[in-house]
Every structure is written in C-alpha cells, then in structure tokens.
Write a protein that binds this ligand. Sequence first.
Ligand code: 5CA
Ligand code: ZN
Length: 417
Amino acid sequence: MHSWSSPVVPSVPGAGVSLRLFDTASGEVRDVAPGPVARMYVCGITPYDTTHLGHAATYLAFDLVYRQLLDAGHEVHYVQNTTDVDDPLFERAERDGVGWQELGDRETDLFRADMEALRVIPPRDYVAATETIDEVVDMVAELLERGHAYCIDPAVDGYSDVYFRHRATEDFGYESGYDDEEMTVAFAERGGDPDRTGKEHPLDALLWRVERPGEPSWPSPWGAGRPGWHIECSAIARNRLGMEFDIQGGGSDLAFPHHEFSAAHAEAATGEQPFARFYVHAAMIGLDGIKMSKSLGNLVRVQALREEGVDPALIRLGLFAGHYRVDRSWSEGLLEDARARYETWNRAIARGAGADSAAAIGALRERLADDLDTPGALAAIDAWARATLDGDASDASAGTAVANALDALLGVPPVTD
Ligand code: 5CA
Ligand code: ZN
C-alpha cells in the first residue's frame, strides 16, 4: 500500500546524541543503541474513525523517535500496518451503509493526509492486513506445527477457529509485566474473547476466525476465514524487520494484550527471543480531562483543526508541551499557549543571534534524546528565544541554524514570511 510523502528533514550541524527510551518490558530508560539501520514497527490505525488527537500524539511521539535516530546518524527502517479488516470496521460500515473496504480506504486516505500535514516521516513499508493474509496463514501454520496453537472442536458451535496457547512461551507476560489478574481484566476490555466456549484457557488468543455469515474471508487450510488481530502485526513486523528488531511501538492501551501476544506469537513460531528489543508506549490523550474515545464522542480530529486553519505546527507544540509517557488532555488553552510560543520563537528566529544558538541546539538534542523530554526541549528553546529577543541581534545565520534544528528534530518548521 502506498505511504504518504515525506517532509524534507534538514541536517543539523554538530553531532547528534544517542537516543535513550523507556522500555515497558524492563521498566527502565535505556540506550537504544541500534545498528546502522534502526528497525521500528509502530502499530497503525484501524481505519474507521481517524485521525483524532490521541492517534496524532502517538504517531508524533514515534516521529520524534525517528528524527532523533536520523540525527544520530542511523537509517531507519520503519514499518506500520493498518488493521483494515476487523469488527469495529464492519460495525461502522453497517451503521453508515457503506462497504467496509470503502470505509477503510476513505479513512486511510484521510489518515495519510493528516500525517502529511503534520509532517510525520512516513513508514518505508505501509502494509494493510488484507495484503498480508498469506503471511498470517503461514505463521498460523508454523504455530500449529510447533504445537502452540489448536483448533476449536467444531462440535462446540460449528466454527473451528484457531487459537494460540497463551503460555506457549516460557516468559509470557514479560512485555507488559502484567500479573494474571491484570491480564484477565485487560484481555476482556481490549478486544479479547475470554468467554468463547471451546477454548482451553480464557486467555488464549484468536489466530484465525472461520467465516461467519456476512463476513469477508480468505482461503486457508483451516477453512475460509480471517486473521485474528495480534498475528497480523506479529507477521508483518517479523517478515520485514526480522526478530529482535529495535522498537515495537504504539499507545499504552496496546501494552496488553496486543503487544504481549504479537511478541509471543513470533517468539513461539520461530523459537527465537525476543520479538523486539524495546517496547515503547505513548500515553493516552483526553479532552479537557476526559479520555478521548469514540464511544464518548469527545474526539478532536486533526482534519477539523486543519479546516479551522490551525497550523499543524501548533498541534505538535500543543502535544509536545507534555511528556509522551504522561496521560494528558487537549484543550483550547493548550492551543493558545502553543500559538504564543510559536510566535515568540518565530520572532527570535527572524531576529537572529543574541543568545548562543549552538548551546540552544545542544540542549534541544540532549532533552529529546533523553526519552523524548519535549517539555525540557521546549523550555530550552523558550530560554533561547527570550535571550535572543532581549539581546542585540548580530548574526542572522544563528536564527537559521536554530530554525533548521527545530524543523529536523521537532518537526516544527519556522514561518518564513
Ligand atoms: N490497529 C490497531 C493497532 S494494530 C489500533 O490500535 N488502531 S487504533 O486506530 O485504535 O489506534 C491507533 C493508535 O493510536 C494505537 O497505537 C493506539 O494505542 C493509539 N491511540 C488510540 N487512542 C489514543 C488516545 N486517546 N491517546 C493516545 N493514543 C491513542
Ligand atoms: Zn498492532
């Protein structure tokens, strides 16, 4: 599937700083230390109601990861999926009287346009679930061969779905760190089916769902059907990045069951450990203190803000005012603060030196490389801008250097008029 156009990323003079990130599995901030080509997989959208500011915040956090890796001299092999065949998509399509494929195509187009407007660097491989059914079928076959999966007895209800034995790998649970009780709660809340009769254990995860009337299906050795959710990301990531790739990313609501099972499927299928070296999660965004969710209807969409004429740089600055691992809210006030900050920065850039721009760029790099400390990065540039506006302008090129660094490292280009 085609991705979207890449923004131009200027190079920044001086040396980049090696990136440190918080890894959910180890519970620590560690040096990412990838090879020359950093390998990153970030879970993509389920294309039925996009792109709200929660989605945007998550993709912007990983865009910052990409930008710091680039600055530190790495190439980045970035892979992202779209879950373009899943229950929520069918339900929305039914409600709106459109085909599920048409809905998926439309929402994916909108997502691409939003990402492009936000200057998000696109994935090299942008892959729809429906494009990779053969990869899923192969991986389910591997799991069955190794004895890590089983078919439901058709005598139960006629549907011989395929399930994954959740304890197939010895250290299942290492990614989220959840105990049995936390797993039980999260599994039921986030797409699991603990009450499906015929399973060996309530936590076993669906790999292949045999066709139900009215649902799309593809052929497989276990009957026509469609993939479960976790196996899709597991196969797409492993087949493009290999095992032990650098970063598996997504919002914090994916830590369990989705990332735990994506890892466990690939580890059980290959017999190799681990799926990813880092599991990185962005916190949840709400609106005025209440979690942003489709069911509450309190979504703020990127498209709506764009249509109101809001500069996408302000969406970045508003979201970056908080740290990516802290649950936080969007508000009008946040947008106003971002507007004031951007205006000050642009005035300082236009004015040029007055304060030490190399030191400001160094501080920006340091803060961002330290687990994406965006509040610290913004404060460093605020200080530079204040000092520049208070001082004597003497070197216009200093303003340009800071502007390039903001564009490259934060994705916030200056206004040039
Ligand atoms: N297609 C799956 C992943 S394979 C999925 O979770 N799709 S999604 O459309 O529901 O979410 C896309 C991404 O946005 C996920 O990483 C999810 O964790 C993140 N996300 C969803 N809601 C929020 C929110 N309120 N704040 C921050 N991130 C969010
Ligand atoms: Zn995923």
